[in-house]
Ligand binder design. Sequence first.
Ligand code: RIB
Length: 299
Amino acid sequence: MPVKITVIGSINMDLVTSANRFPSKGETIMGEDFKTIPGGKGANQAIAASKLGAEVTMIGCVGEDAFAKELIENFEANGIDTTSIQKVQEQPTGIASITIAESDNHIIVVPGANHAVQPKMIEEYKDIIIKSDLLLLQHEIPLNTVAFIVDLAYKNGTDVVLNPAPAHSIPLEVLEKVKYLTPNEHELSEILDDEEKTSFYRNNREKFIVTQGGKGVEYYQDGQEQHVPGFDVDVVDTTGAGDSFNGGFSVALAQGKSLETCCYYGNAVGALSVSKLGAQTGMPTHSEVEAFLASYRSL
Ligand code: RIB
């Protein structure tokens, strides 16, 4: 039976410009290519988990516009339950303006309808949340809603993985109630913004799965820091690599795999995702991950 994962988070259309370098402040340069590609950290993580075989429900908001139609069709094409995605009149669908250059990216997100994911709306989906094997959250919906969902899940015994991206301070009671946090090193430093939280981190290291880009992941178990190295692959676009890791990590976790396996699997999903332009384009199926791991081991 596939594991049930619910993702509550952002749904964006990514407006992706490729150029051979980033412009300086006040400068205009000519770009090389432009594409609209489905994105949003929540949506990306939902697609990653679904492609890997999980039964995924997406909870979020879009506007009443052409992007919304395309994004919902994209979820459906990827086997995701979209009945908990609401269309709001007052805001356009979220977008991310992304520039790809110099083997890196710059991203500006305009949340739009993602702002409408409020606690009142979440209450409508309480049953779905409670019946999930795992709940996957990020920081691209209002942070009061994230705190509300974490509390609801905690009270009902549903495990939460919180990917705290983009970087933002997190209240101590949220840190206490989530099962795992998956920050990168920059996000971790934003979380530990006072003595109380730093001390919480020191005493609860096993909650923190710290991603290090292509270098891999650090986690803590049995009083020891552990490192799972990343994979050496050719990079086309790193957009969504963290989302792919979170999708892979969460599917393996919901399947009851060891933390080491969850990180190893998440790393492989992340490595495969950077081989194509666009956050979701390179996301692999479970068979593709297996084939990649088999060929990588035989090198
Ligand atoms: O993590 C990558 C995502 O961040 C992009 O798809 C973009 O929409 C922003 O939300």
